[in-house]
Design a protein around this ligand. Structure first.
Ligand code: SAM
Ligand code: SF4
Ligand code: SF4
Length: 326
């Protein structure tokens, strides 16, 4: 359905867990986030009930995220359940890749068409530092496993961080020369642990574009990378894959926003950067049927703000990215 600003809302990002097997410095505090008791988290059946209600107001595409979606017990059952909903035509996953080597084949068989893998550095020691202990070689194996299963497109998400990986952005873009990978550069957002950590570390995508052009040649616009997000894609001369830019802060893409978010605790959140949420879990657990749930979706769509105003400052949020579903 369309919202008040005539945007077609057809995409639901689902945080299937707030837990994670990494602790990226810009996403989580060192001790991790407070563990939410199991019964507070939506069950697989409840998530499926929510999606079936969403379908009635036009949801067609879902992305499973978190926290780390691959640590969620029952994730394959969830994906198989989503695949059985005829209106859902796209199931994607955003993962840190740590468990992807072991799970890629099962994910593909269960119904995952596409995967986004987060990777901020090509250097094992830096990776260990930014993720507080992660093993980069596992992510590489995961990326290869995703390519081998034939998932397509395989996208890499790189948050550009001054003083951390700004000297590697060209090398990350070079990955697209030989591999059918789509490397997307994302602006560091003032959310989660990052507002305490990020002072001065923001790099605008305009700067990344310029850096790539200077070092690798002219970027040619590319329109054919499937996806539901706001990335703008370009191709380096002769490249197999593409580079993408997600200007979450410097360039509002709110006018084209097509999404709602479902938090791990069952709150429907119309906008990442707005604290307004509707409690679907309570409705579900007090016996709401498909009609009532669909009505809650309708209201959330109608309550979707026209956009964020990050440039004017960030309103503090009790939730971190892994809970909302980045
Ligand atoms: N654990 C999975 C992963 O890392 O891909 C999925 C959840 S994670 C929250 C989703 C994406 O959000 C990751 O690509 C991560 O880099 C990004 N992210 C987290 N905090 C961010 C921030 N403050 N600014 C920009 N991106 C952020
Ligand atoms: Fe975990 Fe992803 Fe957050 Fe890193 S960005 S701590 S992998 S949820
Ligand atoms: Fe959509 Fe809100 Fe993000 Fe803008 S800030 S793109 S409206 S979720």
């Amino acid at each position: 359905m369309r919202d008040r600003f005539q945007r077609q809302i057809n995409y639901l990002r689902i945080s299937v867990t707030d837990r994670c097997n990494l602790r990226c410095v810009y996403c989580m505090p060192p001790e991790g986030v407070e563990v939410i008791p199991h019964h507070e988290i939506l069950s697989i059946e409840e998530i499926l009930a929510v999606v079936k209600a969403g379908v009635r107001v036009g949801i067609k595409k879902v992305r499973l995220t978190g926290g780390e979606p691959l640590v969620r017990r029952g994730i394959l059952d969830l994906i198989a359940g989503l695949r059985d909903i005829p209106e859902i035509d796209d199931i994607a996953v955003t993962t840190n890749g740590i468990l992807l080597r072991e799970m890629a084949t099962d994910l593909k068989a269960a119904g995952v068409n596409r995967v986004n893998i987060s990777l901020d550095t090509l250097k094992p020691d830096r990776f260990r530092r930014i993720t507080r202990g992660g093993d980069l070689s596992r992510v590489w194996c995961g990326i290869n496993a995703a390519l081998e299963t034939g998932m397509s497109p395989v996208k890499i998400n790189t948050v550009a961080i001054r003083g951390f990986n700004d000297d590697e952005l060209v090398d990350l873009a070079r990955l697209t020369l030989d591999h059918p990978l789509h490397v997307r550069f994302i602006e560091l957002m003032p959310v989660g642990a990052s507002d305490a950590w990020a002072g001065g570390k923001f790099v605008a995508t305009g700067e990344v574009r310029e850096l790539l052009t200077r070092n690798l040649g002219n970027l040619v616009d590319e329109k054919k990378v499937p996806g539901n997000g706001p990335a703008r894609y370009s191709r380096l001369p002769g490249a197999n894959g593409t580079v993408g830019f997600i200007s979450a802060v410097s360039n509002h893409f709110c006018a084209e926003c097509n999404r709602l978010r479902l938090t791990s605790t069952g709150q429907l959140r119309p906008c990442l950067f707005n604290r307004r949420e509707t409690d679907l879990k309570q409705a579900l657990r007090s016996g709401a049927g498909p009609d009532e749930l669909a009505q809650i979706f309708r209201e959330a769509v109608m309550n979707k703000p026209d956009g964020h105003d990050l440039a004017a400052g960030w309103q503090r949020d009790d939730r971190v990215m892994s809970q909302i579903g980045g």
